[in-house]
Design a protein around this ligand. Sequence first.
Ligand code: AGP
Length: 594
Amino acid sequence: MCGIVGYIGDKKAQPILLNALGKLEYRGYDSCGIAIANKSIEVYKDVGRVKALAKILEPHNGKVGIGHTRWATHGEPSKINAHPHSDCAGKIAVVHNGTINNFSRLREMLAEEGHVLASETDTEVIPHLIEKYYDGDFEKAVEMAVGEIDGAYTMIAIMAGESRLIAARKDSPLIIGVGDRENLIASDVPALLDYTSRVIYLEDGDIAVVSASDVKVKQNGAVIDREVHEISWSMEDAQKGGYEHFMLKEIHEQPKVIRDTLTDYLSKAETAADLTGMGGGSLENIIILACGTSYHAGLVGKYIIEDLVNVPVRVEMADEFSLSGQSPAGNQAIVITQSGETLDVLKAIKRLKANGNRVIAVTNVVGSSVTRAADRTIYTRAGPEICVAATKTFVAQLIALYWLALPYARVNAARLDELVLELRQLPVKVQQVLDNEAEIAAYAKKLAAYDNVFYIGKGINYPIAMEGALKLKEISYIHAEGYAAGELKHGPFSLLGEKTPVVAVVTQDNTYEPIVTSIKEIKARHSPVIVLANEDDDVMPDLADSVITIPRVDPLFSPVVNITALQLLAYFVAKERGCPIDFPRNLAKTVTVE
Ligand code: AGP
Protein backbone atom coordinates (compact mmCIF):
# COMPACT_ATOMS: atom_id res chain seq x y z
CA MET A 1 0.00 0.00 0.00
CA CYS A 2 1.90 3.22 0.88
CA GLY A 3 1.40 6.56 -0.83
CA ILE A 4 4.00 8.05 -3.13
CA VAL A 5 4.26 11.49 -4.69
CA GLY A 6 6.65 13.43 -6.90
CA TYR A 7 6.83 17.11 -7.83
CA ILE A 8 8.75 19.01 -10.47
CA GLY A 9 8.04 22.61 -11.43
CA ASP A 10 8.66 26.27 -10.78
CA LYS A 11 7.71 26.19 -7.08
CA LYS A 12 9.47 24.91 -3.98
CA ALA A 13 8.83 21.18 -3.83
CA GLN A 14 8.90 20.73 -0.06
CA PRO A 15 5.52 22.26 0.97
CA ILE A 16 3.80 20.70 -2.06
CA LEU A 17 5.11 17.24 -1.20
CA LEU A 18 4.03 17.61 2.44
CA ASN A 19 0.56 18.74 1.45
CA ALA A 20 0.19 15.89 -1.06
CA LEU A 21 1.48 13.32 1.45
CA GLY A 22 -1.16 14.48 3.93
CA LYS A 23 -3.79 13.54 1.33
CA LEU A 24 -2.23 10.10 0.87
CA GLU A 25 -1.93 9.15 4.53
CA TYR A 26 -5.01 6.95 4.33
CA ARG A 27 -2.81 4.55 2.35
CA GLY A 28 -0.38 4.03 5.22
CA TYR A 29 0.92 6.18 8.01
CA ASP A 30 3.51 4.42 10.13
CA SER A 31 6.42 6.51 8.82
CA CYS A 32 7.07 9.01 6.07
CA GLY A 33 9.75 10.97 4.29
CA ILE A 34 10.70 13.25 1.45
CA ALA A 35 13.78 13.80 -0.71
CA ILE A 36 14.61 16.98 -2.62
CA ALA A 37 17.02 17.03 -5.54
CA ASN A 38 19.31 19.87 -6.41
CA LYS A 39 22.99 19.38 -7.14
CA SER A 40 22.78 16.90 -4.29
CA ILE A 41 19.91 15.02 -2.66
CA GLU A 42 18.57 15.84 0.80
CA VAL A 43 16.49 13.15 2.50
CA TYR A 44 14.27 13.76 5.54
CA LYS A 45 12.35 10.88 7.08
CA ASP A 46 11.06 9.56 10.37
CA VAL A 47 8.49 7.30 12.01
CA GLY A 48 5.04 8.79 12.54
CA ARG A 49 2.73 11.03 10.58
CA VAL A 50 3.37 13.76 8.02
CA LYS A 51 2.62 16.57 10.52
CA ALA A 52 5.50 15.37 12.70
CA LEU A 53 7.84 15.21 9.68
CA ALA A 54 6.94 18.81 8.78
CA LYS A 55 8.27 19.92 12.17
CA ILE A 56 11.74 18.43 11.68
CA LEU A 57 12.28 19.65 8.12
CA GLU A 58 14.81 22.30 7.27
CA PRO A 59 13.43 24.66 4.61
CA HIS A 60 14.71 23.74 1.16
CA ASN A 61 14.45 25.70 -2.09
CA GLY A 62 14.70 22.67 -4.41
CA LYS A 63 12.00 22.34 -7.05
CA VAL A 64 12.25 18.61 -7.68
CA GLY A 65 11.30 16.08 -5.04
CA ILE A 66 9.57 12.88 -4.00
CA GLY A 67 7.67 11.80 -0.90
CA HIS A 68 6.35 8.66 0.74
CA THR A 69 3.96 7.64 3.47
CA ARG A 70 4.46 4.04 4.51
CA TRP A 71 2.48 0.94 5.45
CA ALA A 72 5.25 -1.43 6.46
CA THR A 73 5.69 -4.71 4.59
CA HIS A 74 9.43 -5.48 4.80
CA GLY A 75 10.86 -4.34 8.13
CA GLU A 76 9.20 -2.59 11.08
CA PRO A 77 8.23 1.07 10.97
CA SER A 78 11.51 2.86 11.75
CA LYS A 79 13.52 5.80 10.50
CA ILE A 80 15.94 3.56 8.65
CA ASN A 81 13.17 1.60 6.92
CA ALA A 82 11.20 4.73 6.01
CA HIS A 83 11.38 5.93 2.40
CA PRO A 84 12.91 7.57 0.37
CA HIS A 85 15.82 5.12 0.00
CA SER A 86 19.13 6.03 -1.60
CA ASP A 87 22.10 4.50 -3.41
CA CYS A 88 25.64 4.30 -1.97
CA ALA A 89 26.68 7.70 -3.29
CA GLY A 90 23.49 9.37 -2.05
CA LYS A 91 22.80 10.73 -5.55
CA ILE A 92 19.64 8.76 -6.28
CA ALA A 93 16.47 8.58 -4.18
CA VAL A 94 13.46 6.33 -4.68
CA VAL A 95 9.97 6.00 -3.21
CA HIS A 96 8.16 2.75 -3.85
CA ASN A 97 4.74 1.18 -3.37
CA GLY A 98 4.53 -2.59 -3.72
CA THR A 99 6.56 -5.64 -2.82
CA ILE A 100 9.57 -6.98 -4.66
CA ASN A 101 9.50 -10.78 -4.73
CA ASN A 102 13.13 -11.34 -5.71
CA PHE A 103 14.61 -8.74 -3.37
CA SER A 104 16.68 -11.26 -1.33
CA ARG A 105 18.49 -12.43 -4.46
CA LEU A 106 18.96 -8.82 -5.64
CA ARG A 107 20.29 -7.79 -2.21
CA GLU A 108 22.83 -10.62 -2.26
CA MET A 109 23.91 -9.76 -5.78
CA LEU A 110 24.29 -6.06 -4.92
CA ALA A 111 26.18 -6.86 -1.71
CA GLU A 112 28.60 -9.08 -3.63
CA GLU A 113 29.20 -6.15 -5.97
CA GLY A 114 30.04 -3.89 -3.02
CA HIS A 115 26.74 -2.09 -2.42
CA VAL A 116 25.96 -1.46 1.24
CA LEU A 117 22.23 -1.64 1.98
CA ALA A 118 21.22 -0.22 5.34
CA SER A 119 17.51 -1.01 5.76
CA GLU A 120 15.44 -4.20 5.95
CA THR A 121 13.25 -3.06 3.07
CA ASP A 122 12.85 -4.59 -0.35
CA THR A 123 12.70 -1.06 -1.81
CA GLU A 124 16.32 -0.23 -1.10
CA VAL A 125 17.49 -2.51 -3.90
CA ILE A 126 15.95 -0.12 -6.45
CA PRO A 127 18.26 2.91 -5.99
CA HIS A 128 21.23 0.56 -5.84
CA LEU A 129 20.18 -1.14 -9.08
CA ILE A 130 19.80 2.28 -10.72
CA GLU A 131 23.27 3.20 -9.43
CA LYS A 132 24.66 -0.08 -10.79
CA TYR A 133 23.29 0.56 -14.27
CA TYR A 134 23.95 4.31 -14.42
CA ASP A 135 26.44 5.24 -17.12
CA GLY A 136 25.36 8.84 -17.62
CA ASP A 137 21.78 8.03 -18.75
CA PHE A 138 19.31 8.20 -15.84
CA GLU A 139 16.33 7.07 -17.92
CA LYS A 140 18.11 3.99 -19.24
CA ALA A 141 19.39 3.11 -15.75
CA VAL A 142 15.84 3.16 -14.33
CA GLU A 143 14.58 1.02 -17.22
CA MET A 144 17.35 -1.51 -16.64
CA ALA A 145 16.71 -1.56 -12.88
CA VAL A 146 12.99 -2.15 -13.44
CA GLY A 147 13.90 -4.99 -15.79
CA GLU A 148 15.58 -6.79 -12.88
CA ILE A 149 12.63 -6.59 -10.53
CA ASP A 150 10.05 -9.30 -10.11
CA GLY A 151 6.99 -8.12 -8.20
CA ALA A 152 5.09 -4.91 -7.73
CA TYR A 153 7.30 -1.91 -8.30
CA THR A 154 5.29 1.27 -8.63
CA MET A 155 7.92 3.90 -7.86
CA ILE A 156 9.37 7.35 -8.51
CA ALA A 157 13.10 8.08 -8.73
CA ILE A 158 15.06 11.33 -8.66
CA MET A 159 18.75 11.98 -9.19
CA ALA A 160 21.05 14.80 -8.14
CA GLY A 161 21.54 17.30 -10.97
CA GLU A 162 18.62 15.84 -12.99
CA SER A 163 15.49 17.90 -13.78
CA ARG A 164 13.33 14.83 -14.28
CA LEU A 165 11.19 12.50 -12.23
CA ILE A 166 11.23 8.96 -13.57
CA ALA A 167 8.34 6.77 -12.53
CA ALA A 168 7.30 3.20 -13.20
CA ARG A 169 3.97 1.58 -12.57
CA LYS A 170 3.39 -2.11 -11.83
CA ASP A 171 0.45 -3.43 -9.81
CA SER A 172 -0.38 -0.25 -7.85
CA PRO A 173 -1.94 2.98 -9.07
CA LEU A 174 0.15 5.89 -10.28
CA ILE A 175 -1.32 9.05 -11.71
CA ILE A 176 0.36 12.03 -13.32
CA GLY A 177 -1.10 15.46 -12.57
CA VAL A 178 -0.56 17.69 -15.59
CA GLY A 179 -0.09 21.28 -14.46
CA ASP A 180 1.03 24.62 -15.83
CA ARG A 181 4.86 24.78 -15.69
CA GLU A 182 4.72 21.98 -13.16
CA ASN A 183 3.82 18.31 -13.10
CA LEU A 184 3.12 15.92 -10.27
CA ILE A 185 2.90 12.17 -9.84
CA ALA A 186 0.94 10.49 -7.06
CA SER A 187 -0.71 7.27 -5.94
CA ASP A 188 -4.14 8.85 -5.89
CA VAL A 189 -6.04 11.82 -7.29
CA PRO A 190 -6.70 13.75 -4.02
CA ALA A 191 -2.95 14.37 -3.71
CA LEU A 192 -3.02 16.20 -7.05
CA LEU A 193 -6.24 18.18 -6.87
CA ASP A 194 -4.81 21.27 -5.17
CA TYR A 195 -2.60 21.75 -8.22
CA THR A 196 -4.47 20.42 -11.22
CA SER A 197 -7.59 18.56 -12.29
CA ARG A 198 -5.94 17.14 -15.44
CA VAL A 199 -4.58 13.65 -14.95
CA ILE A 200 -3.04 10.74 -16.82
CA TYR A 201 -3.61 7.26 -15.41
CA LEU A 202 -0.47 5.19 -15.94
CA GLU A 203 -0.90 1.53 -16.80
CA ASP A 204 1.05 -1.55 -15.75
CA GLY A 205 4.45 -1.58 -17.43
CA ASP A 206 4.47 2.17 -18.11
CA ILE A 207 7.60 4.17 -17.48
CA ALA A 208 7.04 7.93 -17.28
CA VAL A 209 9.70 10.57 -17.69
CA VAL A 210 8.33 13.81 -16.29
CA SER A 211 9.89 17.29 -16.39
CA ALA A 212 8.29 20.63 -15.46
CA SER A 213 7.01 21.11 -19.00
CA ASP A 214 6.76 17.62 -20.47
CA VAL A 215 5.39 14.16 -19.82
CA LYS A 216 6.71 11.20 -21.80
CA VAL A 217 5.23 7.73 -21.27
CA LYS A 218 6.90 4.58 -22.55
CA GLN A 219 5.61 1.02 -22.73
CA ASN A 220 8.02 -1.76 -23.76
CA GLY A 221 10.57 0.87 -24.77
CA ALA A 222 8.23 2.70 -27.19
CA VAL A 223 6.81 6.17 -26.51
CA ILE A 224 3.00 6.04 -26.38
CA ASP A 225 0.08 8.45 -25.91
CA ARG A 226 -1.93 8.23 -22.74
CA GLU A 227 -5.19 10.17 -22.59
CA VAL A 228 -5.45 13.21 -20.29
CA HIS A 229 -8.63 13.01 -18.16
CA GLU A 230 -10.42 15.88 -16.44
CA ILE A 231 -11.37 15.12 -12.82
CA SER A 232 -14.93 16.23 -12.11
CA TRP A 233 -14.87 16.27 -8.31
CA SER A 234 -13.15 18.95 -6.29
CA MET A 235 -10.85 19.05 -3.29
CA GLU A 236 -13.83 20.22 -1.27
CA ASP A 237 -15.47 16.86 -1.93
CA ALA A 238 -12.46 15.24 -0.32
CA GLN A 239 -12.38 17.46 2.77
CA LYS A 240 -14.13 17.20 6.11
CA GLY A 241 -16.65 19.99 5.54
CA GLY A 242 -17.18 20.77 9.22
CA TYR A 243 -17.44 17.17 10.44
CA GLU A 244 -15.05 16.02 13.15
CA HIS A 245 -14.00 12.99 11.14
CA PHE A 246 -14.14 11.88 7.52
CA MET A 247 -16.02 8.79 8.65
CA LEU A 248 -18.92 10.79 10.07
CA LYS A 249 -19.01 13.01 7.00
CA GLU A 250 -18.99 9.99 4.72
CA ILE A 251 -21.82 8.27 6.63
CA HIS A 252 -23.83 11.48 6.39
CA GLU A 253 -23.25 11.61 2.65
CA GLN A 254 -25.07 8.32 2.14
CA PRO A 255 -28.46 9.75 1.13
CA LYS A 256 -26.68 11.83 -1.55
CA VAL A 257 -24.55 8.85 -2.61
CA ILE A 258 -27.65 6.73 -3.17
CA ARG A 259 -29.27 9.53 -5.16
CA ASP A 260 -26.14 10.19 -7.24
CA THR A 261 -25.57 6.52 -7.96
CA LEU A 262 -29.19 5.95 -8.98
CA THR A 263 -29.30 9.17 -11.04
CA ASP A 264 -26.19 8.06 -12.86
CA TYR A 265 -27.68 4.65 -13.65
CA LEU A 266 -31.04 6.08 -14.67
CA SER A 267 -29.47 8.69 -16.93
CA LYS A 268 -27.71 5.97 -18.87
CA ALA A 269 -30.60 3.56 -19.07
CA GLU A 270 -34.00 3.95 -20.64
CA THR A 271 -34.93 0.96 -18.58
CA ALA A 272 -33.04 -0.87 -15.91
CA ALA A 273 -32.47 -3.69 -18.40
CA ASP A 274 -30.31 -1.46 -20.60
CA LEU A 275 -27.89 -0.92 -17.82
CA THR A 276 -25.94 -4.10 -17.76
CA GLY A 277 -25.65 -4.43 -21.49
CA MET A 278 -26.79 -8.00 -21.07
CA GLY A 279 -30.32 -7.11 -22.06
CA GLY A 280 -32.05 -8.73 -19.14
CA GLY A 281 -31.87 -12.08 -20.93
CA SER A 282 -30.80 -15.38 -19.46
CA LEU A 283 -28.36 -15.37 -16.63
CA GLU A 284 -26.57 -18.50 -15.57
CA ASN A 285 -24.52 -19.14 -12.46
CA ILE A 286 -23.03 -16.06 -10.88
CA ILE A 287 -19.84 -15.79 -8.88
CA ILE A 288 -19.05 -12.72 -6.77
CA LEU A 289 -15.51 -12.03 -5.53
CA ALA A 290 -14.34 -9.28 -3.19
CA CYS A 291 -12.49 -8.60 0.07
CA GLY A 292 -13.42 -7.08 3.43
CA THR A 293 -16.37 -4.73 3.36
CA SER A 294 -16.81 -5.27 -0.37
CA TYR A 295 -17.05 -9.01 0.34
CA HIS A 296 -19.90 -8.26 2.74
CA ALA A 297 -21.59 -6.30 -0.05
CA GLY A 298 -21.13 -9.40 -2.22
CA LEU A 299 -22.80 -11.56 0.44
CA VAL A 300 -25.78 -9.19 0.50
CA GLY A 301 -25.71 -9.41 -3.32
CA LYS A 302 -26.18 -13.17 -3.09
CA TYR A 303 -29.45 -12.69 -1.19
CA ILE A 304 -30.56 -9.93 -3.59
CA ILE A 305 -29.85 -11.90 -6.75
CA GLU A 306 -31.05 -15.28 -5.49
CA ASP A 307 -34.25 -13.67 -4.22
CA LEU A 308 -34.98 -11.55 -7.29
CA VAL A 309 -33.48 -13.61 -10.10
CA ASN A 310 -33.63 -17.11 -8.66
CA VAL A 311 -30.20 -18.22 -9.87
CA PRO A 312 -27.49 -19.64 -7.61
CA VAL A 313 -24.81 -17.18 -6.57
CA ARG A 314 -21.42 -18.21 -5.22
CA VAL A 315 -19.62 -15.55 -3.15
CA GLU A 316 -15.95 -15.92 -2.25
CA MET A 317 -13.27 -13.82 -0.68
CA ALA A 318 -10.99 -12.90 -3.55
CA ASP A 319 -7.92 -13.81 -1.48
CA GLU A 320 -9.22 -17.37 -0.94
CA PHE A 321 -10.47 -17.83 -4.48
CA SER A 322 -7.05 -18.56 -5.92
CA LEU A 323 -6.68 -21.45 -3.46
CA SER A 324 -9.88 -23.28 -4.35
CA GLY A 325 -9.11 -26.33 -6.48
CA GLN A 326 -11.47 -25.67 -9.34
CA SER A 327 -11.87 -22.36 -11.07
CA PRO A 328 -15.35 -21.92 -12.51
CA ALA A 329 -15.59 -21.56 -16.28
CA GLY A 330 -18.03 -19.67 -18.48
CA ASN A 331 -19.81 -17.90 -15.64
CA GLN A 332 -20.86 -14.34 -15.05
CA ALA A 333 -18.50 -12.96 -12.43
CA ILE A 334 -18.99 -9.76 -10.47
CA VAL A 335 -15.97 -8.34 -8.63
CA ILE A 336 -16.55 -5.61 -6.09
CA THR A 337 -13.79 -3.26 -4.95
CA GLN A 338 -14.22 0.35 -3.90
CA SER A 339 -10.59 1.23 -4.60
CA GLY A 340 -10.31 -0.81 -7.77
CA GLU A 341 -6.74 -1.60 -6.75
CA THR A 342 -7.00 -4.50 -4.30
CA LEU A 343 -4.32 -6.94 -5.40
CA ASP A 344 -6.27 -10.03 -4.29
CA VAL A 345 -9.15 -8.93 -6.49
CA LEU A 346 -6.92 -8.21 -9.49
CA LYS A 347 -5.34 -11.66 -9.15
CA ALA A 348 -8.76 -13.26 -8.94
CA ILE A 349 -9.79 -11.51 -12.16
CA LYS A 350 -6.78 -12.95 -13.97
CA ARG A 351 -7.84 -16.44 -12.89
CA LEU A 352 -11.46 -15.81 -13.84
CA LYS A 353 -10.56 -14.54 -17.28
CA ALA A 354 -8.12 -17.34 -17.92
CA ASN A 355 -11.09 -19.69 -17.55
CA GLY A 356 -13.38 -17.78 -19.87
CA ASN A 357 -15.55 -16.10 -17.25
CA ARG A 358 -17.03 -12.74 -18.09
CA VAL A 359 -16.16 -10.15 -15.45
CA ILE A 360 -18.14 -7.10 -14.38
CA ALA A 361 -16.32 -4.82 -11.93
CA VAL A 362 -18.17 -2.66 -9.44
CA THR A 363 -15.82 0.10 -8.30
CA ASN A 364 -15.78 3.68 -7.05
CA VAL A 365 -12.54 4.81 -8.65
CA VAL A 366 -12.55 5.93 -12.26
CA GLY A 367 -9.60 4.59 -14.22
CA SER A 368 -8.51 2.21 -11.44
CA SER A 369 -6.74 -1.03 -12.34
CA VAL A 370 -9.87 -3.14 -12.03
CA THR A 371 -11.54 -1.15 -14.81
CA ARG A 372 -8.85 -2.27 -17.22
CA ALA A 373 -8.79 -5.85 -16.00
CA ALA A 374 -12.56 -6.45 -16.18
CA ASP A 375 -14.74 -6.75 -19.28
CA ARG A 376 -17.13 -4.14 -18.04
CA THR A 377 -17.28 -1.63 -15.19
CA ILE A 378 -20.21 -0.37 -13.19
CA TYR A 379 -19.18 2.71 -11.24
CA THR A 380 -20.56 3.60 -7.87
CA ARG A 381 -20.89 7.34 -7.37
CA ALA A 382 -19.80 7.70 -3.78
CA GLY A 383 -17.15 10.37 -4.42
CA PRO A 384 -13.80 10.19 -2.66
CA GLU A 385 -13.82 8.12 0.52
CA ILE A 386 -10.94 9.08 2.80
CA CYS A 387 -11.66 7.24 6.07
CA VAL A 388 -9.95 3.86 6.01
CA ALA A 389 -13.17 2.22 7.17
CA ALA A 390 -15.48 1.95 4.17
CA THR A 391 -19.00 3.29 4.71
CA LYS A 392 -20.58 5.21 1.84
CA THR A 393 -18.84 3.09 -0.77
CA PHE A 394 -20.43 -0.02 0.81
CA VAL A 395 -23.89 1.53 0.54
CA ALA A 396 -23.18 2.53 -3.07
CA GLN A 397 -22.07 -1.04 -3.81
CA LEU A 398 -25.42 -2.32 -2.50
CA ILE A 399 -27.24 0.12 -4.78
CA ALA A 400 -25.20 -1.15 -7.73
CA LEU A 401 -26.11 -4.74 -6.86
CA TYR A 402 -29.84 -3.94 -6.64
CA TRP A 403 -29.58 -2.25 -9.99
CA LEU A 404 -27.69 -5.13 -11.52
CA ALA A 405 -30.31 -7.62 -10.34
CA LEU A 406 -33.45 -5.69 -11.19
CA PRO A 407 -33.35 -6.25 -14.98
CA TYR A 408 -33.46 -10.00 -14.34
CA ALA A 409 -36.01 -9.95 -11.52
CA ARG A 410 -38.54 -12.75 -11.93
CA VAL A 411 -41.33 -10.69 -10.45
CA ASN A 412 -44.45 -9.20 -11.96
CA ALA A 413 -44.52 -5.63 -13.26
CA ALA A 414 -46.32 -4.29 -10.18
CA ARG A 415 -43.70 -5.73 -7.83
CA LEU A 416 -40.90 -4.38 -10.04
CA ASP A 417 -42.44 -0.89 -9.91
CA GLU A 418 -42.77 -1.20 -6.15
CA LEU A 419 -39.11 -2.18 -5.81
CA VAL A 420 -37.88 0.67 -7.99
CA LEU A 421 -40.04 3.10 -5.99
CA GLU A 422 -38.64 1.77 -2.70
CA LEU A 423 -35.13 2.06 -4.07
CA ARG A 424 -35.73 5.71 -4.91
CA GLN A 425 -37.09 6.37 -1.42
CA LEU A 426 -34.04 4.91 0.30
CA PRO A 427 -32.24 8.29 0.67
CA VAL A 428 -35.15 9.57 2.78
CA LYS A 429 -35.12 6.42 4.94
CA VAL A 430 -31.35 6.60 5.44
CA GLN A 431 -31.73 10.25 6.43
CA GLN A 432 -34.21 9.18 9.12
CA VAL A 433 -31.53 6.88 10.58
CA LEU A 434 -29.02 9.76 10.49
CA ASP A 435 -31.52 12.02 12.25
CA ASN A 436 -31.54 9.43 15.05
CA GLU A 437 -27.80 9.91 15.58
CA ALA A 438 -28.06 11.22 19.17
CA GLU A 439 -29.94 8.10 20.30
CA ILE A 440 -27.35 5.85 18.65
CA ALA A 441 -24.51 7.86 20.24
CA ALA A 442 -26.07 7.33 23.67
CA TYR A 443 -26.12 3.53 23.19
CA ALA A 444 -22.56 3.68 21.87
CA LYS A 445 -21.40 5.20 25.17
CA LYS A 446 -22.57 2.06 26.96
CA LEU A 447 -21.14 -0.32 24.37
CA ALA A 448 -17.74 1.38 24.54
CA ALA A 449 -17.13 -0.15 27.98
CA TYR A 450 -17.02 -3.75 26.71
CA ASP A 451 -14.12 -5.76 25.27
CA ASN A 452 -16.08 -8.32 23.21
CA VAL A 453 -19.28 -7.90 21.23
CA PHE A 454 -21.30 -10.29 19.06
CA TYR A 455 -23.39 -9.02 16.16
CA ILE A 456 -26.16 -11.24 14.89
CA GLY A 457 -28.48 -11.13 11.92
CA LYS A 458 -30.36 -13.54 9.72
CA GLY A 459 -30.89 -13.89 5.97
CA ILE A 460 -30.02 -10.75 4.06
CA ASN A 461 -29.02 -9.07 7.33
CA TYR A 462 -26.51 -11.74 8.32
CA PRO A 463 -23.80 -10.04 6.19
CA ILE A 464 -24.89 -6.75 7.76
CA ALA A 465 -24.08 -8.23 11.19
CA MET A 466 -20.66 -9.17 9.79
CA GLU A 467 -20.12 -5.69 8.39
CA GLY A 468 -21.30 -4.05 11.62
CA ALA A 469 -18.77 -6.15 13.55
CA LEU A 470 -16.00 -5.33 11.08
CA LYS A 471 -16.69 -1.60 11.47
CA LEU A 472 -16.56 -1.86 15.26
CA LYS A 473 -13.32 -3.83 15.45
CA GLU A 474 -11.64 -1.77 12.72
CA ILE A 475 -12.06 1.62 14.37
CA SER A 476 -12.73 1.00 18.08
CA TYR A 477 -10.34 -1.97 18.58
CA ILE A 478 -13.10 -3.87 20.39
CA HIS A 479 -13.15 -7.55 19.49
CA ALA A 480 -16.38 -8.13 17.57
CA GLU A 481 -17.77 -11.04 15.59
CA GLY A 482 -20.66 -11.12 13.17
CA TYR A 483 -22.71 -14.31 13.29
CA ALA A 484 -25.81 -15.76 11.74
CA ALA A 485 -28.24 -15.62 14.67
CA GLY A 486 -28.94 -19.35 14.56
CA GLU A 487 -25.24 -20.24 14.67
CA LEU A 488 -24.53 -18.61 18.01
CA LYS A 489 -25.93 -21.61 19.92
CA HIS A 490 -23.51 -23.95 18.11
CA GLY A 491 -20.50 -22.81 20.12
CA PRO A 492 -20.24 -19.07 20.81
CA PHE A 493 -22.94 -19.38 23.50
CA SER A 494 -20.12 -20.41 25.85
CA LEU A 495 -18.86 -16.81 25.67
CA LEU A 496 -22.18 -15.17 26.51
CA GLY A 497 -22.72 -13.44 29.82
CA GLU A 498 -23.01 -10.00 31.40
CA LYS A 499 -19.69 -8.89 29.90
CA THR A 500 -20.50 -9.88 26.33
CA PRO A 501 -23.21 -7.75 24.72
CA VAL A 502 -24.99 -8.81 21.55
CA VAL A 503 -26.11 -6.38 18.85
CA ALA A 504 -29.00 -7.96 16.94
CA VAL A 505 -30.46 -6.86 13.63
CA VAL A 506 -34.18 -7.64 13.96
CA THR A 507 -35.89 -5.53 11.34
CA GLN A 508 -38.92 -7.36 10.12
CA ASP A 509 -38.90 -10.00 7.43
CA ASN A 510 -39.44 -13.75 7.30
CA THR A 511 -36.57 -14.25 9.79
CA TYR A 512 -38.22 -12.21 12.54
CA GLU A 513 -39.70 -15.08 14.61
CA PRO A 514 -36.55 -17.24 14.77
CA ILE A 515 -34.37 -14.26 15.67
CA VAL A 516 -36.76 -13.35 18.48
CA THR A 517 -36.23 -16.90 19.78
CA SER A 518 -32.44 -16.42 19.52
CA ILE A 519 -32.66 -13.19 21.52
CA LYS A 520 -34.66 -14.94 24.26
CA GLU A 521 -31.96 -17.63 24.45
CA ILE A 522 -29.25 -14.95 24.61
CA LYS A 523 -31.08 -13.02 27.33
CA ALA A 524 -31.31 -16.23 29.34
CA ARG A 525 -27.47 -16.22 29.32
CA HIS A 526 -27.46 -12.64 30.71
CA SER A 527 -25.84 -10.90 27.74
CA PRO A 528 -27.02 -7.31 27.32
CA VAL A 529 -28.86 -7.05 23.99
CA ILE A 530 -29.06 -3.98 21.75
CA VAL A 531 -31.44 -4.46 18.85
CA LEU A 532 -32.07 -2.67 15.61
CA ALA A 533 -35.85 -2.89 15.25
CA ASN A 534 -38.53 -1.23 13.20
CA GLU A 535 -40.27 1.73 14.76
CA ASP A 536 -43.60 -0.14 15.00
CA ASP A 537 -42.08 -3.23 16.68
CA ASP A 538 -43.84 -3.66 20.01
CA VAL A 539 -42.02 -6.85 21.06
CA MET A 540 -38.45 -5.61 21.20
CA PRO A 541 -38.87 -2.78 23.75
CA ASP A 542 -39.85 -5.42 26.34
CA LEU A 543 -37.31 -8.03 25.28
CA ALA A 544 -34.11 -6.10 24.53
CA ASP A 545 -32.05 -3.87 26.82
CA SER A 546 -31.81 -1.14 24.20
CA VAL A 547 -33.65 -0.53 20.94
CA ILE A 548 -32.32 1.51 18.04
CA THR A 549 -35.34 2.33 15.90
CA ILE A 550 -35.06 1.83 12.18
CA PRO A 551 -37.57 3.06 9.58
CA ARG A 552 -39.46 0.25 7.92
CA VAL A 553 -38.47 -0.50 4.30
CA ASP A 554 -38.99 -3.48 2.02
CA PRO A 555 -36.92 -6.30 3.64
CA LEU A 556 -34.80 -6.51 0.48
CA PHE A 557 -33.54 -2.96 1.12
CA SER A 558 -33.20 -3.26 4.90
CA PRO A 559 -29.38 -3.77 4.71
CA VAL A 560 -28.99 -0.15 3.57
CA VAL A 561 -30.79 1.40 6.54
CA ASN A 562 -29.48 -1.15 9.05
CA ILE A 563 -25.83 -0.70 8.12
CA THR A 564 -26.18 3.08 8.44
CA ALA A 565 -27.19 2.61 12.10
CA LEU A 566 -24.34 0.13 12.72
CA GLN A 567 -21.79 2.44 11.11
CA LEU A 568 -22.92 5.25 13.43
CA LEU A 569 -22.80 2.89 16.41
CA ALA A 570 -19.19 1.90 15.60
CA TYR A 571 -18.25 5.53 15.01
CA PHE A 572 -19.56 6.76 18.35
CA VAL A 573 -18.04 3.81 20.23
CA ALA A 574 -14.64 4.61 18.70
CA LYS A 575 -15.09 8.29 19.52
CA GLU A 576 -15.97 7.45 23.11
CA ARG A 577 -12.79 5.37 23.35
CA GLY A 578 -10.67 8.18 21.87
CA CYS A 579 -9.51 6.14 18.86
CA PRO A 580 -7.98 7.69 15.72
CA ILE A 581 -11.15 7.00 13.76
CA ASP A 582 -10.12 7.90 10.21
CA PHE A 583 -6.73 6.22 10.38
CA PRO A 584 -6.96 3.08 12.53
CA ARG A 585 -3.71 1.42 13.52
CA ASN A 586 -2.12 -1.14 11.19
CA LEU A 587 -4.60 -0.58 8.35
CA ALA A 588 -4.57 1.08 4.97
CA LYS A 589 -7.35 2.11 2.64
CA THR A 590 -6.00 0.48 -0.47
CA VAL A 591 -4.53 -2.97 -0.07
CA THR A 592 -2.16 -3.53 -2.94
CA VAL A 593 -0.18 -6.33 -1.28
CA GLU A 594 -0.94 -10.00 -0.65
C1 AGP B 1 -13.28 -1.74 5.02
O1 AGP B 1 -13.68 -0.90 6.06
C2 AGP B 1 -11.88 -2.09 5.02
N1 AGP B 1 -11.05 -0.95 5.00
C3 AGP B 1 -11.47 -3.22 4.10
O2 AGP B 1 -12.07 -4.38 4.55
C4 AGP B 1 -11.78 -3.06 2.58
O3 AGP B 1 -13.15 -3.17 2.37
C5 AGP B 1 -11.03 -4.17 1.80
O4 AGP B 1 -9.66 -3.97 1.96
C6 AGP B 1 -11.39 -4.19 0.34
O5 AGP B 1 -11.08 -2.99 -0.29
P1 AGP B 1 -11.63 -2.65 -1.74
O6 AGP B 1 -13.09 -2.51 -1.65
O7 AGP B 1 -10.93 -1.37 -2.09
O8 AGP B 1 -11.24 -3.79 -2.63
